[in-house]
Each structure stands twice: as C-alpha cells, then as structure tokens.
Design a protein around this ligand. Structure first.
Ligand SMILES: [Zn+2]
Length: 335
C-alpha cells in the first residue's frame, strides 16, 4: 500500500523557508565613498535649499507607529499598544519617516553601515555584538567616525557631531483617519547577524481572525490601508544627486514601496510617498520676506531623478526587485 497522508487543510501551507520568511538580505556595497562634509554656516547658492510637501499613503493592510505606551479597551479590558499621537491627533513622527528613508539610502548608495542585519543596538553607538567580529578594523564600510569625511548618507542625514541636511516634520492625518485594534503574533528579534542589510518585504498581512488574548501575541492600534498622512521634508544645501538619492529612498515615482513604523515582520507599514508641493529657496531674494521661495512643478522631481551618481546601480537593481509587492502571505508567528 502506498504511504498516503491525508492532507490537513488547517496546516500552514508547506513552503520553503525562503518563501515564508518576510524579509530579504541586500548585499553591502564593496566600498564606501566619502567626501568632505559641507559646513552649515551658510546657504550655498549652487546647492538646493527648500521643502517638499509629501503625502504618505498606507498600501499594506495596516501601519503601526507605536507610542511606546499601552491602553485598555473598557468594554472587554483588551490591553493594546497605542498609536503615537501629538495634540490628540494620530501622528507618524518625522524621526520615524527619516529613519526609514535613511536605511534605504544607506543600502542603495555606497554608504557606511550604521546598523547590521540582526545586530542589536543597546545604546547610542553601542551594540550587543562587537562589529569587529564581522569587519576588519580598516574596512571602509564601518560607520563614519569623523565629521569631516562623510559617506553620502551621513552627509545627508547626519551622524554624531554632524546634524545633517534634511528633516521631516511629524506627519499628520490628511482626513479623518481611523484606527483598528489588530492581533498579531509576538515579534522576536532576529537571531542571525549577517554582513548584509535586512529589509522586510511587502507581502499580504495574514490575519489571525480573532481578538482572544493568548500567549505570544499582542494587540496593536493600527491605521488601515489607504489612510493618508501629510508631512514636509525640509532640506538645505543638497546637491541634485543627494536630493535624487533621497527621492529614490522614498520610492517616489518608482515601482517599489518602502516601509514605515513597527510590526514590519507582520508586513505592516508599506507606504507610497508622493510629492504634493515643492518650494525652493530663491537665492536672489534671500533678504526680502516676499518671494523667499519659488514654487516648482512636479516635473522638477523627474529632472532630479535623472541624477543617479550616488546610486549603486547593482544594489539598487536588487533592492528594487525585492521591494515590489509580492502576492504572498506574511507569516503569522515565528518563522
Ligand atoms: Zn557614513
């Protein structure tokens, strides 16, 4: 008789490890390009200074930007982690947007490694793992350690003793954005440390289907798909290539999406970022209060995207491929 096993429909579909896990590893650049950092004391006429209004639209089923606190629902005493609020409004902190954009910029340019895949940060510039275990002492890819010679990402986003050239305002809801309490499998910190960068993919959220409290699960207050937020990115003294790198790192006018916020291993936080308004500083009228800024149309974005000198073409190609939406389930629990 044949050794026949009855299929069990309740069983999680058998897949190879690689298709079940919700993340991918992106190779590091072979080398880091460092240049003299610009000083901040003046606005330079041959660089770009201005601001871009951005719409952040949630493309995954949920986005969770945690407040670090929890609350409980009165009727059923359900304890859940709350969404961050500022002046009672749901808010995605600007620092969170900046952090997400930075990690992409680091990956797709010849930049230093400020975080290694799986390495746990335990304090300012302190890691649980000794990075020297993974890099030789003179490996150029170690984090920039002086503020005179900086890699593209540190020169744009800043590093210790260098404040950087861009900032994001807190993103506030465009309309009346509503939240939902979602049950998710507990998130475990990664165990494998690799000499690569780790990115969570854009897969489908796999709902648990009940709100019953159980071990190794948590409840989070998340905003739903299609929720829209608005923020401003302000920048000063950027070259066209630097602004271009930032736009690519936000996935602007691209066929891939980046992620913002928490619960990324549960495939939360996929967003589409779109420019709404662009204003550049008018260097000819710096001292008059009228016409300080010149409005640019959205063609300006296309022009800037042509400047690709800071992109590592090979890595960008693999990043782009890996961050497209995949019609595949995200794991509910451990993977
Ligand atoms: Zn750096």
């Amino acid at each position: 008789m044949k050794n026949f096993k009855k299929p069990n429909s309740k069983q999680y579909p058998k897949k190879s490890f690689s298709s079940v896990k919700p993340f991918i590893y992106i190779n590091l650049a072979k080398d880091v390009t460092r240049n003299n950092a610009l000083t901040h004391e003046s606005i330079k006429a041959n660089y770009l200074t201005g601001k871009i209004k951005l719409q952040i639209q949630v493309m995954s089923d949920y986005l969770f930007s945690g407040s670090g606190n929890y609350d409980f629902r009165k009727d059923d005493k359900l304890v859940y982690y709350t969404f961050f609020r500022s002046s009672n409004k749901l808010t995605i902190p600007g620092t969170s947007v900046k952090g997400s954009v930075r990690s992409v910029a680091e990956a797709i340019s010849n930049s230093c490694v400020s975080h290694m895949a799986g390495r746990k940060k335990v304090g300012r510039n302190k890691y649980k793992d000794d990075e020297k275990k993974y890099f030789s002492r003179n490996d150029s890819r170690l984090a920039c350690n002086n503020y005179i010679q900086l890699c593209p990402t540190c020169s744009i986003f800043g590093t210790t003793d260098y404040s950087g050239k861009i900032g994001f305002l807190d993103a506030s809801p465009l309309k009346n954005v509503k939240t939902e309490i979602v049950k998710i499998g507990e998130l475990f910190s990664p165990k494998i440390v690799k000499k690569q960068r780790k990115f969570y993919q854009n897969k489908k959220f796999n709902p648990i289907g009940n709100l019953i409290p159980e071990k190794q699960h948590r409840f989070v207050e998340a905003v739903k798909k299609d929720s829209k937020f608005v923020t401003w990115m302000k920048f000063q003294n950027l070259s066209k290539n630097e602004l271009s790198l930032i736009l690519y790192s936000m996935g602007i006018k691209q066929d891939y999406n980046i992620k913002i916020g928490g619960a990324k291993p549960r495939c939360f936080g996929t967003v589409e970022i779109q420019p709404l308004e662009i204003e550049l500083l008018n260097h000819n009228s710096l001292f008059s209060h009228n016409n300080m800024y010149i409005k640019k149309d959205l063609n300006f974005i296309n022009e800037i995207l042509e400047n690709k000198d800071l992109l590592n073409k090979e890595i960008f190609k693999s990043f782009r491929k890996s961050m497209k939406f995949i019609n595949d389930w995200c794991p509910r629990g451990n993977y």
